[in-house]
Design a protein around this ligand. Structure first.
Ligand SMILES: C[S@@+](CC[C@H](N)C(=O)[O-])C[C@H]1O[C@@H](n2cnc3c(N)ncnc32)[C@H](O)[C@@H]1O
Length: 261
């Protein structure tokens, strides 16, 4: 086994050292486990990413010999809507800057990378060839945009593959919509959360979950579960302030109960 493969399979976080990624150490471990498992399931694969910013989440792929082709889609806006309620502001958000960063990654092969500066609604799906087995959605963090990104990925991806979402604790309404639609259409799929906030949808026959590192993460699912609840705790703390609690108390007294039967 070559050194790079050993590092990926060992979930070696130093693979993310060269370019800053807007992800936690646990997210990065999950990404590496997914990349390693994709390598195991395929004889070489294509990776598509929506939302690359500085290239942080791309860096382990540009150096991975088993990943033969990469598509990076990024609209490169200065400001992006976000379902946390406050827009995200991106400084110096250019593809040129990202490419400069990625050139510094050991073993990087940028000849396999195609960058598309656009929103998926303006991209001709036929540009995505070969079909990706693995997609990451980490672009505009709204339910609406994530749904668009998901539909695009479904259209262009291989029949057996996986779509991975970052920041699941923000775009969870869209994830619920996706899972509901897949179930109602009778599509073969599996969906689960990995630490901290990485949501995986396996479509068709693409059992990433069978790889040991993903199985271990799934068995210890308290990590992502508690992380996501603690993130949303800020909203509970807000809702539990006066006057909201007082209004709820009055309502409970008025209606006679607040206990669900
Ligand atoms: C959270 S950052 C991506 C972080 C990156 N994946 C990492 O690991 O550091 C989100 C990126 O999505 C891009 N973006 C925002 N709106 C978009 C849209 N509608 N379509 C594609 N990309 C978008 C932004 O330019 C930004 O680079």
């Amino acid at each position: 086994m070559d050194n790079f493969r050993q590092r990926i399979e060992g979930l070696d976080l130093s693979l993310f050292d060269k370019v800053h990624s807007q992800t936690s150490p646990n997210d990065k471990r999950s990404f590496l486990a997914i990349e390693a498992a994709t390598g195991e399931l395929t004889d070489g694969f294509t990776y598509l990413e929506i939302g690359s910013y500085l290239g942080g989440s791309l860096q382990p792929y540009v150096a991975d010999g088993r990943c033969g082709r990469i598509f990076s889609i990024d609209l490169r806006p200065k400001e992006s809507a976000d379902d946390r309620g406050v827009s995200q502001i991106y400084h110096d958000n250019t593809t040129a800057r990202m490419l400069e960063n990625l050139r510094g990654v050991d073993g990087a092969d940028l000849s396999k990378l195609t960058c598309i500066d656009a929103d998926v609604k303006d991209i001709d799906p036929s540009r995505i060839d070969p079909a990706p087995e693995l997609c990451l959605i980490d672009g505009e963090h709204t339910d609406e945009a994530t749904w668009r990104d998901y539909k695009f990925c479904r259209e262009v991806m291989a029949s057996n593959g996986a779509i991975v979402f970052h920041d699941a604790m923000i775009i969870y309404n869209c994830l619920d919509r996706i899972v509901t639609e897949l179930a109602s259409e009778g599509v073969k799929f599996r969906a689960y959360n990995l630490p901290d906030v990485v949501f995986v949808v396996e479509i068709g026959d693409f059992p990433l979950h069978r790889s040991q590192s993903i199985t271990d993460m799934l068995t210890n699912n308290h990590v992502g579960y508690l992380h996501s609840l603690k993130f949303t705790d800020q909203y509970r703390r807000f809702a539990n302030r006066w006057p909201f609690t007082a209004i709820r108390q009055v309502k409970a007294r008025f209606t006679g109960s607040n206990v669900t039967k």
